[in-house]
Design a protein around this ligand. Structure first.
Ligand SMILES: Cc1cc2nc3c(=O)[nH]c(=O)nc-3n(C[C@H](O)[C@H](O)[C@H](O)COP(=O)(O)OP(=O)(O)OC[C@H]3O[C@@H](n4cnc5c(N)ncnc54)[C@H](O)[C@@H]3O)c2cc1C
Length: 440
């Protein structure tokens, strides 16, 4: 147990003071801590790397901090899988796989988050053929509320595994994860620039135009920066590792513009123009270094998953709303795409998806901007990212998830007493009791 008192998220916008804070290194210590908390009447939440933007991991009971429950346990070249402890950062997994000539098929922009945290929140990268990160899970070990260890794999328990791989930590503690891998591959990163309306006019075609695509848009402009990543056998570009930092440097400029614009958010576009420099360049590198980049600047983010064909309408509405607001964020709106998923609580459940992400400085003024965007995206049947800022409740969310009831049935079975509940889980999933009454 540590003597630290206050736990806080990466963005330092959410904090809590757990009654008990345990940093397990092995599964036995997780089981012991869960059983002791249940006996003492303490709720349990798990923290991975703390990169969520909301109260997900917060608790006044037991905080199981998995920052030391790390390490790659096995790489199976025949089965093309890797097994890791839940707290292992994606960067460590990618580096170990790289040495073995293997890779993860797709990851998001951040590799300093834990594997279990990423899968639990529906984390995703981009690519129209790619489901969210948790779809790469082949098996996992889950410590349930009664201290039993469930070994879930896709052959024996496909339905249970589908629930457990996007579960917000509400079903138990993920001790280890086995991920499916692919042979290592390189990507050619090709930046571009287009008129927003031109991309929106052929949005689905654009979404299919490369293995992975993304676009970023400053809402006071009519242009978007596009990014396409194509698989290639070409060798890495000289200096590729340095080129990867272009986006990091750009985010630092955004941080600076956000700071300067604190006193006058309306002047952010002018400050951005003053700070602008040459954009990103084309390069080739190993996939994991192309997908992600270091992100030292703190911010707040909101992201919604929409049906792919709803994205153009959403961006047009956002253009009007954000311009009316006048408090521009220095960070671009980010649009990514993905395939339909089958995990009941996956924001990509059942539909090809477009993800719209808004990043803002951490000030009250911008919280209002996020609120406006949230309501607009919600009206277009958007599903919020479980790990990002949002205000949705179970009443709002339930109709958006066709297999909500199946998830609640599993929740009622694995955690009948609500041991893994906190205020956030109560808000977004409802109480376990209600789940049991409705779904018994
Ligand atoms: C700079 C930055 C960039 C980001 N980029 C992306 C992106 O590209 N794509 C994207 O989709 N998201 C992105 N996110 C969001 C973030 O990656 C996710 O919210 C993810 O949860 C963070 O993982 P973590 O290890 O920090 O989890 P934490 O925030 O520590 O935990 C999140 C929740 O996951 C659950 N959890 C964690 N570990 C376990 C476990 N072992 N067992 C059971 N439950 C567990 C718990 O409920 C916990 O409360 C980004 C966030 C930041 C700050």
């Amino acid at each position: 147990m540590t003597d630290r008192q206050i736990w806080q998220t990466w963005s330092k916008t959410v904090r809590c003071r757990p009654a008990r804070w345990i940093v397990p290194r092995v599964e036995g210590q997780i089981v012991e801590a869960v059983c002791a908390a249940a006996e003492d009447g303490l709720g349990v939440r798990v923290a991975g790397a703390g990169h969520s933007f909301n109260q997900l991991a917060c608790t006044e009971g037991l905080l199981l901090d998995l920052s030391r429950h790390t390490g790659v346990l096995d790489i199976d070249r025949r089965a093309m899988t890797v097994t890791v402890r839940g707290g292992t950062h994606l960067a460590e997994v990618s580096a170990a796989l790289d040495r073995a000539g293997m890779a993860l098929a797709n990851i998001g922009t951040l590799d300093t988050q834990s594997v279990a945290g990423a899968i639990s929140t529906g984390n995703h990268g981009t690519g129209i053929a790619h489901r969210p990160f948790s779809s790469q899970v082949a098996a996992l070990r889950l410590v349930a509320a009664d201290g039993s260890v469930l070994v879930l794999d896709e052959a024996a328990d496909p339905d249970l595994l589908a629930c457990a791989r996007t579960a917000l930590g509400a079903l138990g503690v993920i001790s280890t994860v086995t991920l499916r891998c692919v042979p290592s591959f390189s990507l050619r990163s090709v930046p571009g620039s287009e008129r927003l309306e031109d991309v929106l006019g052929r949005f689905e075609e654009w979404a299919h135009s490369a293995d992975h695509v993304a676009m970023t848009w400053l809402p006071w402009t009519e242009e978007v920066s596009t990014q396409a990543w194509h698989r290639t056998d070409d060798p890495p570009t000289q200096g590729a590792r340095r080129l990867r930092y272009a986006t990091t440097v750009d985010e630092m400029r955004c941080g600076l513009a956000g700071f300067a614009g604190r006193w006058s958010p309306a002047s952010v576009p002018r400050i951005k123009r003053l700070l602008s420099s040459g954009g990103p360049v084309e390069y080739v590198d190993a996939s994991h270094r192309v997908f992600s980049f270091p992100q030292p600047v703190k911010f707040l983010a909101l992201e919604h998953a929409l049906a792919l064909d709803a994205v153009p309408e959403a961006l047009r509405h956002l253009r009007v709303a954000l311009r009316r607001f006048g408090a521009y964020s220095p960070y671009s709106v980010l649009v990514r795409v993905g395939a339909a998923d089958e995990s009941p609580l996956s924001p990509a459940f059942g539909r090809a998806t477009g993800y719209i992400n808004l990043t803002v400085p951490r000030t009250a003024r911008y919280t209002e901007v996020l609120r406006t965007a949230e309501h607009l995206l919600r009206d277009l049947d958007g599903r919020p990212h479980w790990g990002k800022a949002h205000t949705a409740t179970a009443e709002v969310l339930r109709p958006r998830y066709p297999q909500w009831d199946q998830f609640q049935r599993v929740r009622g079975k694995l955690d009948p007493g609500g041991l893994f509940c906190n205020e956030y889980i109560g808000r977004v999933l409802g109480p376990v009791d209600a789940a049991r009454q409705v779904y018994a």
